[in-house]
Each structure stands twice: as structure tokens, then as C-alpha cells.
Design a protein around this ligand. Structure first.
Ligand code: HEM
Length: 469
């Protein structure tokens, strides 16, 4: 990456693309709030071409009619408040399964005089996120036989692993994206890896989608033959009609959009909660306060429900703090300038890529006091009246971002993150396994914890509250 001077402004460029990293919240707001429309498209990359089956789905599509079409579908048919209410039972089933699986692990891995065992929090968190979105999308937890204790089978382990592999390559620096003439050489091997990972992911999704389309449509896929009641988001996608009563979405669009939502759901909640718990185990006072809040609001004779969230503000401030300090990736999804612009006095040529730095914003010492310290209290105003949210519209850090390309799954993403953290804290007391430590270093090649969090869990509720099957 070179640094060059251009008419007095500094910018960086890769190949012939200008790259603008942003670490100041004021400038971030100029880009994504004041001049949002100018920066509302996405770059075309090899990785996103694969993940979206040629830019058919929302998250990575450049501006245009396809984005408009799919955005409308996602906003009004899949992520609307009424649709999310309709799906509440499925989310609750997976929240119960989470508690059941950890409880079973406490028994299976028991190393203490009372019930308790070492639990791999990364595995359970990723499994929970994968389960929730599979349940909402396809009405299933397991692609295969699954496991009796509620844990992931080999299929789910592979599915989640390959989802993460695809995600890591979407906007990974790849020479071919900046010098397309070199793409055929696949110099960094990214295309081979992307092809393999997305093929595996699709090999789980496609047969389910093909089979379901058969239940709804004629063999050519262009006419409805059967009216059944939709049971999940896949049914919703298949059953949408255009103005003439014909299927609104092609089979490829359904496949691309299903995968898009699955990719969007797995990584953020699981990463934030794994980090939050690791930080809290290292500062047991925070852990104690959060558990106390849950006991006060929910009590010990039922499990946390989504309706409790408005009153779990300390727990939410812990999740918020995890998004600030431990984002999933160094940068937000790229935004590209659709025309020349001037932002905060800098000339930004058309085609420039704006990268909001998640670490630069969230750990900016000019914005945050003791920026590297995990301090949930910084998100509380002390009034006791405040309802904490995970969104950060002022872009002092990036959780869901904001504006035209801001996250379309804020309520679902919030529900998954808060439920995961709250159920872990309510159901179990967490501590460092005997003779070990819980490290807080980042991995050398991404921002995950260097080693998956493995912590000692002990049930803290009456036995009958741990769901049986
Ligand atoms: C805690 C969970 C989540 C977090 C932190 C998160 C965060 C984000 C962020 C930072 C972006 C990029 C915004 C930008 O470009 O400025 C994004 C985009 C997006 N997210 Fe989420 N997300 C989460 C969960 C979800 C879920 C559950 C869904 C839906 C199932 C979803 C759907 C999307 C979509 C469709 C986009 C692309 C929007 C567009 O390009 O127009 N996200 N998300």
C-alpha cells in the first residue's frame, strides 16, 4: 500500500483504487450519515461474486436494480418486526437448546465435586448462532442426525467452519481484485479456497432449497402448484409473488439470499459473546454484576426471555463493550464512492473505497477513556432509566453501522447476541479452569481470541430449569 499526495490531500491506493481508512467518528459520520448516498455502493470482488452467486443478494451487491429488489424483500418480508415476532418460537427453541447443551457438557466433562465442567465457549456460541439461523431459514437445527446432547453433529461443525472460511475471504486483500487481468493466475490462492468453501456451504443449502421448491412450484420453477402455509424464511422467499401472481424470485436468487442471511448471522454474535465472557471472567466483579442484574430482573425460577431485554441494561452494556473493543474484523464492509466528492476537506475521487476502521474507531484514545480496558459502565449514563441498545448510530465504534448500507438485521442480531450472553450468564457460573488461565490476546491473523475460550461452567439454577430433550 502506498501513500501519495494528491492536491494537498493524503490518501492511499492499491493498484489504481484509492483506499480511505477512517478512524475519526466525525469523518465517519460525514461519509455514512451526511453523504451516505454518495458512498452507498460496494466493490466488486472475487470473494463476494462467489458468496452472492454473481451479486444476486443484498449484503455485497453494488447499487442497482438487483439490490433494490432484494433489499425490499429482506426489509419487508424477512426482517420486518411482524416476521420476527412470527419466528420467536424458533429462536426460543435454540436458546433452550443452548442451555441444555452446556448443562449436558457440565455433566459429561465433570471434573469437580459438584456438577461442572470445562466448556469450549467458542464452540457453543458458534453452534448457537448457526442453529438459530438454520432454524429460522430452513426450520432445522441439524442437517444430519445431530447429537443427543444438543451439540453440533459433524455436518453442523463443517457448515459453520466453511461459513467462517467464506466470510474471511469476502473482502480479503486479493491482488486480482485490484488487477483483474491477473485473476486467472489466482496468485494468492484465494479463489481456490473460496470456491471450495462456498461449494461446501451450498452443498448443505441447495438440496434443501431444491426439494422445498418442488413442494411449491412447477418443475420449471415458474408457476405455483401448491399452496402450503409458510413455516420458515425459505418458504417465505419461495412463496413471494410478483404483480402477475408469478414467483417473484428465481431459484438462484432464493439460494443466494438464503446464504447471504446465514453468512450475516453467524460471526458477530458468537465473537462478541466469546470475548465478553473472556473479559468478564478476568474481571469477576463485572461477571457478578451482570448475573445479579439477571437475578433481579428475571429471577431464578425461569429462563431469560426476549421480553426481559429492555431491563437487562448492564448485560447489554457488556455486549456493547465487546463490539467496541473486540470487533469481528479490522474494517467495516467497504463503501465505494459513486461520484467525486469532498469530505471533511479531502477530495475523494469516484471509485474510492472507504474503510471505516473498527479498531481505529472503537479504540480511539481521543474518544474513549482507557480504550483498551473492558468497561461496560462507559455505556451507562447512571440514570437507571436508560435503555441500552447495541446499535451505535454515531459511529464512535461499529456494531451494526448506519445509513443506506447499514445492517438490515439489527433486531435479530441484537436478539441473538443478548440472548446468548444472558443465557450463558444466567444458567452458569463461569471461572478459569483449575491450573489454567484465560488469555485475552488476539490471534495473529485476525481479531478472534488467539485460543478459543475454554472455561469452567457450573449450573446456577434449579435442575428442573435445564431443558431435558
Ligand atoms: C450482532 C449481529 C450483527 C452485527 C454486529 C452486524 C453488523 C453489520 C455491519 C457492520 C454491516 C455493514 C454495514 C455497512 O456497510 O456500513 C452489516 C450489513 C448487513 N447485515 Fe448485519 N450484523 C449482524 C447480524 C445480522 C443479521 C442477523 C442479519 C440478517 C439475518 C444481518 C443482515 C445484514 C445485511 C443484509 C447487511 C447488508 C446491508 C447492505 O449492504 O445494504 N446482519 N451488518
Amino acid at each position: 500500500m502506498d501513500r501519495e499526495t494528491h492536491e494537498g490531500d493524503e490518501y492511499r491506493y492499491l493498484g489504481n483504487v484509492h483506499i480511505i481508512p477512517v478512524t475519526s467518528p466525525e469523518i465517519a459520520r460525514e461519509f455514512l450519515k451526511k453523504q451516505d448516498a454518495t458512498f452507498a455502493t460496494r466493490p466488486i470482488t472475487m470473494g463476494t461474486e462467489y458468496s452472492s452467486r454473481g451479486f444476486l443478494s443484498v449484503a455485497v451487491a453494488p447499487l442497482g436494480d438487483q439490490l433494490k429488489k432484494m433489499r425490499r424483500v429482506v426489509a419487508s418480508e424477512l426482517m420486518s418486526p411482524s416476521r420476527l415476532r412470527w419466528l420467536l418460537g424458533k429462536r426460543s427453541e435454540e436458546a433452550d437448546n443452548l442451555v441444555r447443551y452446556i448443562y449436558n457438557q457440565c455433566i459429561e466433562n465433570n471434573t469437580t465435586s459438584d456438577v461442572g465442567g470445562v466448556v469450549n465457549v467458542r464452540t457453543v456460541s458458534r453452534m448457537y448462532s448457526g442453529n438459530v439461523i438454520r432454524k429460522l431459514m430452513f426450520n432445522l437445527r441439524y442437517f444430519g442426525e445431530g447429537r443427543k446432547d444438543g451439540g453440533p453433529g459433524v455436518e453442523e461443525e463443517e457448515h459453520v467452519q466453511e461459513l467462517f472460511n467464506v466470510l474471511s475471504l469476502l473482502y480479503a486483500f486479493s491482488i486480482a481484485d485490484f488487477m483483474p487481468s491477473l485473476r486467472w493466475l489466482d496468485l494468492d490462492g484465494h479463489e481456490k479456497r473460496m470456491k471450495k468453501a462456498s461449494k461446501i456451504v451450498n452443498s448443505y443449502h441447495d438440496p434443501i432449497i431444491d426439494e422445498r421448491i418442488k413442494q411449491w412450484r412447477s418443475a420449471e420453477g415458474n408457476r405455483f402448484i401448491n399452496k402450503k402455509e409458510p413455516e420458515d424464511l425459505l418458504d417465505v422467499l419461495i412463496s413471494l409473488k410478483d404483480a402477475n401472481g408469478n414467483p417473484l424470485l428465481s431459484i438462484e436468487e432464493i439460494k443466494a439470499q438464503s446464504a447471504d442471511l446465514i453468512y450475516a448471522s453467524v460471526d458477530n454474535p458468537s465473537n462478541a459473546v466469546e470475548w465478553a465472557l473472556a473479559e468478564m471472567i478476568n474481571q469477576p466483579e463485572i461477571l457478578r454484576k451482570a448475573a445479579e442484574e439477571i437475578d433481579r430482573v428475571v429471577g431464578k425460577d425461569r429462563l431469560v426471555q426476549e421480553s426481559d431485554f429492555p431491563r437487562l441494561n448492564y448485560v447489554k452494556s457488556c455486549a456493547r463493550e465487546a463490539f467496541r473493543l473486540h470487533p469481528i474484523a479490522p474494517f467495516n464492509l467497504p463503501h465505494v464512492a459513486v461520484e467525486d466528492a469532498v469530505v471533511a476537506g479531502y477530495s475523494i475521487p469516484k471509485g474510492s473505497q472507504v474503510l471505516l476502521s473498527r479498531t481505529g474507531l472503537g479504540r480511539n484514545p481521543e474518544v474513549w477513556d482507557e480504550p483498551l480496558k473492558f468497561k461496560p459502565e462507559r455505556h451507562l449514563d447512571g440514570s437507571g432509566e436508560q435503555v441500552v441498545e447495541l446499535v451505535e448510530n454515531d459511529l464512535r465504534f461499529i456494531s451494526f453501522s448506519t445509513g443506506r448500507r447499514g445492517c438490515m438485521g439489527v433486531p435479530l442480531g441484537t436478539s441473538m447476541t443478548v440472548m446468548l450472553l444472558a443465557r450463558l450468564l444466567q444458567g452458569f457460573s463461569w471461572s478459569v479452569p483449575p491450573g489454567e488461565s484465560v488469555g485475552l490476546s488476539e490471534s495473529s491473523h485476525d481479531l478472534f481470541l488467539a485460543k478459543p475460550l475454554c472455561a469452567l461452567a457450573k449450573p446456577r439454577l434449579p435442575v428442573h430449569l435445564y431443558p431435558a430433550v
